[in-house]
Ligand binder design. Structure first.
Ligand code: SF4
Length: 263
């Protein structure tokens, strides 16, 4: 059960890229050894800025579920009660009202999509829905296009005042893992990583990972996939976004991960 507590604590942060999928892509919230709590994106309420409220409330539900499991003498199992309590709570009810906001935004664009999403939200608040529950239609991993169909975006460099480079931000997360801990980022097929993730999609993992964990480096003239797992902030984006579903994030060894002391 110590692992359960450690996992719950360490998984409290990150997952910003999960907002891409909105409510319908909230990942599995509890699993053996951990619980995803306090995530300001996994629980992001697109129409309103309430991530912090929901992060705190979800953390309380996770703590209650872990405490009940401990009191019952359970070990290494799934905190299934956590997910049920979250979904029936004020957070779940709040997000249910805006479940169509992101699908509408994706399908109809910013202005029409958000306007219709707002209307649907108010209808749900009044107790009825015009649209039922809309779906995205495909998972995030299926939305990536081959690099040959895309034009690179020239992002401005971080100015060090309002915007910062990734490694400076990773430093602030105080993320840490024991060097000899079991691998928690598992690549099923390294060859597929090269022939598809790199050759076809131009290595998106080196861009979507907020912690710079993945790199493609030249070694003897050949691209080599490098995983700096010690930097991982456990956002789970790679598990969701990899175009081949070739990367699996598993709960890390207890105690490893980000640590934001001032939150
Ligand atoms: S390795 Fe994966 S889970 Fe870890 S920070 Fe990067 S994208 Fe997130």
């Amino acid at each position: 059960m110590r692992d359960t507590f450690a996992g719950a604590k360490r998984l409290a942060y990150g997952a910003r890229a999960l907002t891409e999928g909105g409510y319908q892509s909230v990942p599995k919230l509890a699993f053996p050894g951990g619980a995803l709590i306090g995530c300001d994106a996994g629980f992001m309420n697109v129409p309103r800025i309430k991530g912090s409220h929901n992060a705190m409330l979800s953390g309380m539900f996770a703590a209650e579920a872990a405490a009940a499991a401990l009191a019952g003498g359970r070990e290494h199992d799934e905190l299934a009660d956590y997910e049920a309590s979250w979904r029936s709570s004020a957070i779940g009810k709040d997000l249910w009202k805006v479940r169509n906001a992101k699908p509408l935004w994706s399908k109809l664009g910013t202005f029409v999509g958000i306007a219709l999403g707002g209307l649907d939200m108010w209808c749900n608040t009044l107790g009825f829905s015009l649209l039922g529950t809309l779906k995205h239609g495909k998972p995030d991993s299926a939305t990536l296009k081959p690099a040959s169909e895309c034009t690179p975006i020239a992002y401005p460099k971080p100015d060090g005042t309002l915007t910062f480079d990734r490694l400076s931000s990773v430093y602030l997360s105080n993320t840490n893992h024991e060097e000899d801990q079991p691998v928690h980022l598992r690549v099923a097929d390294m060859n597929l990583q090269k022939t598809s993730e790199y050759d076809i999609f131009a290595g998106p993992s080196s861009r979507y990972c907020p912690a710079g964990v993945y790199e493609w480096v030249e070694e003897a003239g050949t691209p080599k996939f490098v995983i700096n797992a010690q930097n991982c902030v456990h956002c789970k984006t790679c598990d969701i976004k990899d175009p081949n579903q070739n990367i699996t994030w598993v709960p890390p060894e207890g105690g490893g991960g980000p640590n934001y002391p001032n939150m």
